[in-house]
Write a protein that binds this ligand. Structure first.
Ligand code: AMP
Ligand code: GLY
Length: 414
């Protein structure tokens, strides 16, 4: 099978690793890719916002399966353009990607499907905004309706700050504050069936102790030894299956990766958000643990053939730590030389914001690398990830030192 993977981040590097390892993959292409992915796939230049260019590349390469990593081409209808041209695609249509593209749309689907989520109001006027803020009270949760590259959500006890953010959005959701640990649980769907992956936890704040600004994600780990035993089954029954059924009933089946961001509250699971694609950096811990051949799995999803598929996992743990450029997330410094890519047993270094120049490997984005350690438990996985990441030299860069720390301490008590 000839595969084209679209994207260029750490998530795509991890997906490339999984796709390449499947014996049914005969050729792996990636566009535009990055220097890490170049070791696994043939790279092609591509403007991922240009659907016609994606279709042209798939035709030129005689591709059997296209896997789309990031949300932007999905929300832009790349899957529709590819499907119209006859390609098997892992990635939802433009209509189905609205689960990520519009928070108001996602709320409507959850309401119709009976999926538990925070109560919310969608507002367009100052009057509506103030009424909603005062009804819910502090802490205030204010969400831009549209895609905002991780910058759309403000959670604050300061009413002025909440109001100012709400007024800066054209359409905004004001919602009830959810209390409880957050997890990411992904389902792989062919539009009729959905198969839940094991859960992961992501660290969204820039600094240790969950301080600092929100980011795309500074680290992740899986599995979650502290999570309730029935978390996968509960999420399947209460969230994943009803959403897939609702999308199919609306005539816009969701084919691809449904990312459920969940809060585990005292009253049960509540959906915080959906994404229409694999999470970054959660993918960098899930793919190294997944035993099921990835290319075959995603091809089955793309061709309506997931009946009777069950996932197999390694009985190990994985921890990934993101190396971020100085100034991330506000104004990351780029163009610095990266030295000493580690070579530590049972670790993987995924490229995210890197490029090759005459100076060698240089940083080109906010999240530069993510280093995953795999081990028999979280403590061993974490030790390996941190031993490896501490070897890397990149001036001004930083990483959190507490990824999976609490969970690894707690697992010792079990
Ligand atoms: P999102 O972009 O929707 O994932 O939101 C970013 C972060 O804001 C989430 O990871 C949560 O930590 C926080 N957040 C979003 N919605 C809520 C909510 N209803 N209650 C509490 N925290 C929330
Ligand atoms: N890790 C959060 C995301 O991928 O949106």
């Amino acid at each position: 099978m000839k595969i084209l993977l679209v994207g260029s981040g750490g998530r795509e590097h991890a997906l490339a690793l999984g796709l390449k390892a499947d014996p049914s993959t005969t050729e792996l292409h990636c566009a535009p890719g990055n220097p890490g992915i170049a070791d696994l796939a043939l790279l092609h230049p591509l403007d991922i916002k240009n659907n016609a260019a994606i279709v042209a590349l798939a035709k030129e390469l005689l591709i059997d399966l296209v896997v789309i990593g990031p949300e932007v081409p999905l929300v832009n209808g790349a899957s529709d353009a590819l499907r119209s041209a006859g390609f098997a695609v892992f990635g939802p249509s433009k209509a189905a990607a609205q689960l990520e593209g519009s928070k108001d749309f996602a709320k409507g689907v959850m309401r119709d499907a009976g999926v538990p989520t925070a109560h919310s109001y969608t507002c367009t006027t100052k009057e509506e905004i103030e009424k909603a803020l005062d009804e819910f009270g502090a802490p205030y949760v204010v969400k831009d309706d549209g895609l905002a590259a991780g910058k759309g959500v403000v959670v604050t006890i300061d009413r002025e700050v909440a109001l100012a953010h709400a007024l800066s959005c054209t359409r905004v959701l004001i919602e009830e504050y959810l209390n409880g640990p957050e997890i990411s649980l992904f389902g792989i769907s062919d539009g009729r069936n959905i198969i839940a992956m094991q859960p992961a936890q992501d660290f969204k704040r820039a600094l240790d102790g969950d301080l600092g600004p929100n980011t795309g994600g500074m680290g992740a780990y899986s599995p979650l030894p502290w999570a309730p035993d029935d978390i996968i089954e509960d999420t399947y029954t209460q969230v994943l299956a009803p959403v897939i059924a609702e999308m199919a009933a609306r005539g816009t089946p969701f084919i691809g990766l449904l990312y459920a961001g969940l809060a585990l509250t005292d009253h049960g699971i509540r959906v915080i958000e959906f994404n229409a694609r694999f999470g970054d950096p959660e993918t960098q811990v899930l793919i190294p643990l997944l035993k099921t051949p990835l290319a075959t799995l995603l091809y089955k999803a793309a061709t309506n053939a997931l009946d009777d598929v069950a996932l197999q996992w390694r009985e190990e743990s994985a921890v990934t730590v993101v190396l971020a450029a100085g100034g991330y997330p506000e104004s990351p410094q780029t163009g610095s030389v990266i030295l000493n890519i580690p070579n530590v047993k049972e670790t993987l270094t995924f490229h995210a914001g890197t490029t090759r120049s005459t100076a060698g490997l240089v940083s080109s984005g906010g999240r530069v690398l993510s280093v995953t350690g795999v081990g028999e438990d979280l403590t061993e996985a974490r030790d390996r990830a941190y031993r490896a990441i501490s070897q890397i030299t990149l001036p001004g860069s930083f990483y959190r030192t507490d990824i999976a720390l609490n969970a690894s301490v707690a697992e010792k008590g079990n």
